[in-house]
Write a protein of this length. Sequence first.
Length: 462
Amino acid sequence: AQSALDAVGRSATLNAFLHVDAELTLAQARAADARIAAGQAGPLTGVPIAHKDTFVTQGWRTTAGSRMLANYVSPFDATVVEKLLAAGTVSLGKLNCDEFAMGSANENSAFGPVRNPWDQEAVPGGSSGGSAAAVAAGLVPAATGTDTGGSVRQPAALCGVSGIKPTYGAVSRFGIIAYGSSLDQAGPLARSARDVYLMLDAIAGFDAKDATSHDIPDGWLSRDYDASQAAQAAAGVRPLEGLRIGLPREYFSDGLDPQVANAIEAALRDFEALGARRVEISLPRTELAIPAYYVIAPAEASSNLARYDGVRYGHRAEQFTDLNDMISRSRAEGFGTETQRRILLGTYVLSHGYYDAYYLQAQRLRRLIAEDFQKALREECDVILGPVSPQAARRIGENSDDPRADWLSDIYTLGVNLAGLPSVAIPCGFDTTRAKPLPVGMQLIGNHFQDGRLLAIAERYQ
Ligand code: GLN
């Protein structure tokens, strides 16, 4: 554990870690050693991990990448944190992220951008940029992240690691700083689909402390995963025989960088060699996922972030005239630009007179988008394969005068969250036209609670 912490210290230029505390880490390492000595070790016992700074942790600060929570220390652990501790993992600390998980490049953190280990001039993706960079740099074999509209999958893809956005309701949101509650899901990032599976198996499951946690029997994930692996083994030299991979026409159109398209094409040929076949499908409302998401997520965020008023939680301004002035100054000082933009947008779409035109309309779109996925998965294919991001990682600062450019690049990830589906991102190649080769990822989307099957398929490809 000490040498892992030393490596974190040597990698400070990446800015992946926000809070480390050697005493806390070493105490967890001693507890893991004791379990190993007592013969009670599981697959994750003694494995170093780290948490995105949106998971509350006893001991380490939890800032969610915001000045608003710069000194916040939670009195309890998030359920995910608690479960990983119970599995014997050893936390090295907390990982940088976009402020309140709002962003796609990790440039919205109050504590500075994270650098992509493949090219330090490039972004690592976001919002779980610290998590992806830490895994890609080999600082931890696995890390936690959260995915509201792509925040596990997109940084995983841009840093060349694997990650899952689980089925909505599969992993407890208790103790995760809320962004868009109907979309938020926690998911692990790791080097391989196998490691992602081991992490997800440790954190998934019903939790009475999260009202949207799904009451699904223990072991659902491993049963699905084991059954898929057994079926693959029985199929012999073509383990994915008969698997119908749906390729949404709308995901392979103009906006997709040819380097990404080529990497995915090569992966598809590998899948075909394993016995799978391609089916062209259509997700006709793909483009509408952007306006639907960028109404619903800010609407929920404006409500979730109302609690940071400098009274109950968060930064409090030092100078003010009265209570209202205190609250508005505290929020103006505590929240960064993108967070303020989202709060204003969210408050607007929920306000009297606009609610029907924007929020309700977005909810209708959400239902139609979910139905498109259901139709494809019911009638045409077993899984859906597509890009994660239209291009490999861009340069730090490249979109700084146009925040909407990043919103548009979320086009392939948002639909999955709106529909509550699971999706696994895995690396599939490189963009070799850049100053340094940069990783390219793809995602495999399945129906609700097929997370285990998706991971078994991803593992076979890897
Ligand atoms: N890029 C999206 C956003 O900024 C998704 C972020 C996320 O999944 N947390 O909202």
